[in-house]
Design a protein around this ligand. Sequence first.
Ligand SMILES: *Cc1c(COP(=O)(O)O)cnc(C)c1O
Length: 649
Amino acid sequence: MTESWSVEDAAALYRVDGWSDGFFDVNEAGHVVVRPIDGDALTIDIMDVLEETRARGIRFPLLLRFQDILHARVKRLNRAFAEAIENVDYRNVYRGVYPVKVNQLHEVLEEVIAAGKPYGLGLECGSKAELVATIPHLADDDGLLVCNGVKDPQMLSLIVAAQTLGKNVIPVMEKYVEFEQLMAIARRESVTSQFGVRVRLRTTGAGKWAASGGYRSKFGISLPELIDIVDRLDADDAKDAFVLLHFHLGSQITEIQQLRAAAKEMSQIYAELVGRGVNVRYLDVGGGVGVNYTGSFEDGSINYGLQEYANTIVSAVQEVCDERDVPPPILVSESGRAMTAHHSILVVETLGAFRKDRAGDDYAPPADAHRLVGALHATLEWLRGDEALNDGVAGIVEAYHDIEVAHQEASTLFGMGFLSLADNAQVERLYWSACSAALARLREMEPEPPPVQMQKLEELLVDQYLCNFSVFQSMLDHWAIDQPFPIMPLARLDERPTRRTMLVDLTCDSDGKVGQYVSANEDNSFLELHPLNDGEPYYLGVFLMGAYQDIMGDAHNLFGRVSEVHVYGDAEEENNFWLEKSIPGSAVHDMLAQVQYFPNDLRRRMQDLIKEKIDSGAVRPKRAMQILDQYMAFFDTQTYYDTTTERKE
Ligand SMILES: *Cc1c(COP(=O)(O)O)cnc(C)c1O
């Protein structure tokens, strides 16, 4: 079977072409490669990167950041708008902003700013902490900083202060009272503060975040309030202060037509305001450009690219401006996910596989075993032998029913004390092995339609692969909103994956598992992986982690941040890359401090406890002191499973 398997089959199974956007591929050696630089064929073999990180003692789980990919995504988005503008001869420019909430990490922000410099890319913030982080990163005075979110007077006042410094900061009014507060602050400071307004449109988005738009949205100013604002500005002779109109349909926009409708609705409002003498300069269409996580092109998936997105917006605004004969505004968009998702990969190590079918061909039941053990063994032998083929699907299904009955009977007998633990263990082992043999036979026969028993067996026989990571830290959206992420082995892709698996994490939480996978299989409740080889690490890559995931993670079970390295492509370097920086994962003391435990206090408590045990004679003083040292040394260790501490016997 392995002979008929190729690396192309692997790429197809994990749908690499569907979600990789050209950045990832499989090479002839069966390894995942990264093609990080836009318009350059340079490839980096991920296994080479892992070899170097291991040599440097960097622990898993490990987040690989490809800064070149970030660069490429920023470039592609800006180029898409430039092209759309040229195509329809739009008579103004595009100025994107980076919404930092999608990934606030300083290095990510700096890379995005560097990549966006030729395009005048600005920033967007949505909270006090984000405002404080972003203001000093506004290099030139034209660079936009759009401030969304609910702002208290303290925050509005800092925004006005930044404007006083000559920075192009635009607070976007989410509520009418915010506008009143801003006016009051500006009056007190004797300045005019420019601002924007988030309008509550009738058009709603579709999908999970649809409630970000429309009448019932928690965000935005209604049309009557908008008119009130214009009247107030008229009275104060301050109409020049109103510079930006904003809407945001929500993340992962699935229907590009809805975006078009929203852009048109907003353009009508824009044209109306211009007619009333309000010189709005910017039209901000928010974020929401989708990322195709599943690599599929069905209804409900993200079936448009950056170019179609840009074309849709530019042409929609252009049409309305032409109709109403108003000058077109500067277009602003706030794409977060589309800029960042591709650039990071989480690498997790598999710690073990739990498969249930463990009776080998040479298995023989003990001589004094219970009759149920003998019966199950006979069925197993039959299923594995040639005779089973002669009886067809019906024979296999009948054998499967026999297995189920024996298993049920064993449970009953054990519950009543009539079956020993040793016999019950044999039953268990034979039951799973016989189920596995029955399934293998049914798969060989390829019955059409497959009997219902086959589906049941497929579900029963999934192996659990224990992985060194926390879903709550690294794949929060998988847990919270069932977002699937592409996961695949980073090596052995020239080998057919023969096990059906489910990935489980380190947390003591039954939700700490991956329940949905990206693959070419119709059933996405399992992932096909290779059997683990003794003494050989097996690495899985979780892709498209750069948007929200690696920044939103929580502290469930106090695992905390994973290790991180930043990789740059460079054809002059050995293996085409160099590692710029590595950031160790959270240490035990970091996580404990978050919940108010501190080494000094814990040490004192531990000392008291140990002293008591020495005094009572439970432990010798020398050994007790060793234990104290061992305990204290833990504060600096990393929180995840450390395979380097496994003793190789
Ligand atoms: C979250 C958010 C964004 C970014 O959305 P993406 O889907 O990541 O592009 C942009 N603007 C606002 C107002 C947001 O709340």
